[in-house]
Design a protein around this ligand. Structure first.
Ligand SMILES: Nc1ncnc2c1ncn2[C@@H]1O[C@H](COP(=O)(O)OP(=O)(O)OP(=O)(O)O)[C@@H](O)[C@H]1O
Length: 628
């Protein structure tokens, strides 16, 4: 790191800590060391061989000085490299940070829980790469800049400030998290804002519109004084016309209140009567589960009946013909199963993913346990959806979980799978009951099975341009015999894909979006191989880095053995073969898609390792055995 950048970083820290007026428990942050190679507290660098600062994370350090972004953003090398500034929960102050706009590489800015005041600079809206902006619990005031210009913004939280004016139009469809509650915003909630629950807006007395219970007046209030020709209405009390107008308002208010109460009562009644009920707030509840009044996470023991009503009570179901059949693809057992029979069967939430929720449904009549995924915001039109389902149904591999049936109306799309009783690879690796061992040869067996299956699917579906699109360890499921299969192949179109930082591996390949998707599958496969080798989660605790970046940085430092799961090392798994698998994984997660190996190359390399492994071990041991 160049000397100027180090000097600036040290001044930046001096400002934060009030010129060292308080002692902060940090190491580094002096001009005689290097932030990347000397491990300064809170600094994360991209790559230790050509270092540049990626993140500055100094949250909860009791810092009470000032935040002066110019010391970072006016230094060219830092302005382009710094992606994360995280200073939340200190006592920092500062009024103007216009220069933040020069930090073009910024993706995450966390300033919540400080004592900032003044207005937010307009230049914030020039941070084109910003994904998350958290400024809640401060004293910010004035209007919001037009953040809708930032197309990749997925999170904006600004509750508990004194922000005022109208809420500007946001690209609400793109936002996952949004909260402006407890401010002084006024006027109507902009279109699309009802994607979020009322809790995102409460505490702004002059705000109106859905989802708040306060309706917006369509006409502006007539100026009260002008109503009175003599102009002395204030002194002499209200005139007759004012009294009439006030009574009018009161009457309208009363009627609105009555209508709302009536609706609430009706809704409660209907819910009891039938599970085929409309729940207008369903989508926002699912969207904002953390603030919803009831969620499965917070109420594990909710009855099965409640489960059903939550699964199938979207507006959509009302208009769907309740007795219509599912389109059955593969399993003759589910033939004839009706949509309403699915409704009646006991259901239990298995989990919520980015693209919808999955429920375990017991169909007694068919004697089957199914997993039903209710897809949210599917971007394919119904017809294309059906065509794709039928195409996928023609391509079978024993290690790819088929969709046994699906339901598709304009508003509702359900995918039905056989329930896989042994959970996912994610759970197996990261949620193992103590005492159980997921040993090396089992892991190699899983790797080999999924690579073979993926190679087969890629070969069959390349001409159709259908890659997996959402490969990850939670989509590798185990059946009764602990055989793994890939779930959800081809069901996430490009538009449905996750826009998280983890997916920055999808850089377009030669401007060919379809080839990019196939190459993204290779990256995703590499991450799964890394999970198998390290036992770590894909977005891990490693200094905020994702797994691939962390492994690559550790290996570059020649501490390769450090990356392996301790359980594998303890078991005495061959270091040579683990290193070989690691090298394959690292090739797969190469940031340049064109440098990643093809799926067939990966399959050959992994099979070689597997063959070597089998030669060296007792042949009687089953490759998927789980030792207790
Ligand atoms: N057929 C199945 N049998 C058993 N469990 C399943 C089945 N399908 C999905 N699950 C489990 O249900 C949970 C939710 O699945 P889901 O696919 O919605 O989550 P995800 O993979 O994390 O996210 P997404 O696929 O939406 O990006 C996961 O724990 C998954 O392993």
């Amino acid at each position: 790191i160049d000397v100027d950048a180090i000097k600036s970083l040290v001044s930046f820290f001096e400002n934060l800590s009030g010129n060292f007026s308080q002692s902060v428990p940090v190491s580094g942050w002096n001009q005689t060391s290097d932030p990347c190679t000397s491990n300064w507290t809170g600094i994360v660098c991209y790559d230790q061989t050509s270092p540049s600062v990626k993140s500055i994370v100094l949250k909860e350090f009791n810092l009470s000085g000032t935040f002066n972004p110019s010391l970072i953003c006016n230094v060219a090398s830092l302005a382009t490299s710094v992606a994360v500034i995280s200073l939340e929960n200190n006592s920092l102050h500062g009024e103007s940070f216009d220069t933040i706009a020069n930090c073009k590489g910024l993706t995450h800015l966390y300033l919540s829980g400080n004592k900032f005041s003044g207005s937010l600079p307009d230049s914030l809206s020039q941070l084109n790469n910003l994904k998350k902006l958290e400024i809640s619990d401060n004293g910010f005031s004035g209007p919001l800049p037009s953040l809708a210009r930032i197309s990749g913004l997925v999170e904006f939280v600004a509750q508990n400030n004194h922000l005022s004016g109208s809420i500007p139009e946001f690209d609400f469809l793109n936002l996952d998290t949004f909260n402006v509650s407890n401010n002084d915003f006024s006027g109507p909630i902009p279109p699309g804002g009802d994607r979020f629950a009322a809790t995102s807006y409460l505490g702004n007395p002059q705000l109106c519109g859905v989802p708040l219970p306060v309706r917006c007046e369509t006409q502006a209030h007539p100026p009260l004084v002008a109503q009175n020709a003599s102009g002395d209405s204030k002194k002499n009390g209200p005139s007759t016309s004012e009294i009439l107008m006030y009574s009018g308002y009161a009457l309208v208010g009363l009627i609105v209140l009555l209508i709302v109460m009536l609706k609430v009562c009706k809704r409660g009644k209907k819910k009891e009567e039938s599970i085929k009920e409309i729940d207008h707030s369903f989508h926002s509840k699912e969207k904002d589960a953390s603030t919803a009044t009831y969620t499965y996470e917070s109420n594990e023991f909710k009855s099965a009946a409640m489960s059903k009503s939550e699964v199938f009570t979207g507006n959509s179901v009302e208009s769907a013909p309740v007795s219509s059949s599912l389109i059955v693809l593969t399993s003759p057992e589910v033939n004839g199963l009706k949509f309403d029979e699915l409704l009646k069967a006991p259901a239990e939430l298995l989990g919520r993913g980015k693209h919808g929720s999955v429920y375990k449904v017991n169909c007694e009549e068919q004697g089957m346990t199914l997993a039903v995924k209710r897809i949210k915001d599917w971007s394919l039109a119904s017809n294309d959806f059906k065509i794709r389902m039928k195409r996928l149904n023609n391509v079978k591999h024993p290690n790819v979980l088929p969709v046994v049936a699906f339901y598709c109306s304009r508003q509702e799309k359900l995918l039905v799978y056989e329930y896989q009783p042994n959970g996912s690879l994610l759970k197996l690796l990261h949620g193992m009951p103590t005492g159980r061992v997921f040993d090396w040869s089992s892991r190699l067996g899983v790797a080999s099975a999924i690579v073979e299956a993926l190679a087969f699917m890629h070969a069959e579906l390349r001409a159709d341009g259908i890659a997996h699109g959402n490969l990850k360890s939670s989509n590798i499921l185990f059946n009764n015999n602990m055989e793994p299969s890939i779930s959800e192949y081809g069901l996430m179109t490009i538009n449905n894909r996750d826009a998280s930082p983890l997916n920055n591996n999808t850089f377009h390949f030669n401007n060919d979006p379809i080839e990019s998707e196939f190459r993204a599958d290779i990256h995703a496969l590499g991450v799964i191989l890394l999970e198998l080798l390290t036992g770590k989660m894909p977005m891990v605790e490693n200094n905020g880095m994702d797994l691939a970046t962390w492994v690559v940085s550790v290996v570059k430092e020649e501490w390769t053995v450090e990356v392996f799961d301790r359980a594998l090392v303890r078991e005495g798994a061959s270091e040579e073969r683990m290193v070989n698998l690691l090298q394959i994984a690292i090739k797969c997660v190469n940031r340049s898609p064109e440098l990643r190996p093809s799926i067939n190359e990966v399959a050959v390399m992994i099979n070689n390792i597997k063959e070597e492994d089998e030669r060296s071990m007792d042949v009687s041991e089953s490759p998927f055995s789980m030792r207790i």
